[in-house]
Design a protein around this ligand. Structure first.
Ligand code: COA
Length: 174
């Protein structure tokens, strides 16, 4: 059964494999950690940084919570939740970031992860979440609309990886 769990040291090398798959396939819609930086000590090296992010202690950033998706011990993907609507959340990154490892695409995991993630957002006290999706990311658009995303608008956006692009903004009420 698919579960969203808090990051934990046991899955560090599986996380690295997942990151490697996204890198090898040049996925630009979600950038995970650089797999070359991940080794057995990576979890302990980065632990305090992620704790700081959860507490909202990183200047200018919304508090953010990082979960890993695991199905019966198999690492499937990651889910990030940002609980405040900062300018960057509203205009660039949205409340949610998530990805499924490329070898597991098309098996229903993305939809399941998002469902679980929306329930988590509610547990975090959120009443709605904002999705920002590159207009060319038709799979993510499909999943978001399937789970009730209502299109607010389509705005111009830029980042280093995606370059200039059109960004769809969707709200999902929880
Ligand atoms: C978006 C993503 C999470 C979807 O994961 P997934 O496990 O493949 O999703 P699912 O299998 O649950 O569903 C995929 C749906 O998209 C549909 N789909 C597949 N390719 C598609 C395409 N090119 N255009 C539109 N819809 C498409 C499938 O038919 C399926 O719909 P259905 O369940 O109604 O039949 C995955 O592609 C991914 O990790 N992408 C890279 C990171 C990313 O884009 N994250 C979101 C950033 S906003």
């Amino acid at each position: 059964m698919l579960q969203l769990i808090k990051r934990c040291p046991e899955y560090t090398l599986d996380y690295k494999e997942y990151c490697q798959e996204l890198y090898d396939n040049k996925v630009v819609y979600f950038r995970p950690s650089n797999p070359d930086t991940i080794d057995e000590d990576w979890f302990s090296r980065t632990k305090s940084w992620y704790e700081k992010k959860e507490k909202g202690l990183v200047e200018g950033q919304s508090p953010s919570f990082h979960y890993w998706a695991v199905d019966d011990g198999k690492f499937i993907g990651e889910f990030q939740l940002r609980t405040e609507f900062t300018e960057k959340v509203l205009k660039e990154i949205g409340s949610i970031g998530y990805a499924v490892r490329v070898s597991e695409w098309g098996k229903g995991y993305g939809t399941k992860m998002l469902r679980l993630g929306l329930a988590l957002a509610k547990e975090h006290g959120m009443e709605k979440v904002l999705f920002t999706i590159n207009d060319k990311n038709t799979t993510s658009i499909h999943v978001c609309e399937k789970l009730g995303g209502k299109l607010e608008d389509i705005i111009k956006a830029y980042n280093e990886v995606e370059g200039e692009h059109m960004l769809r903004r969707y709200w999902i009420c929880l």
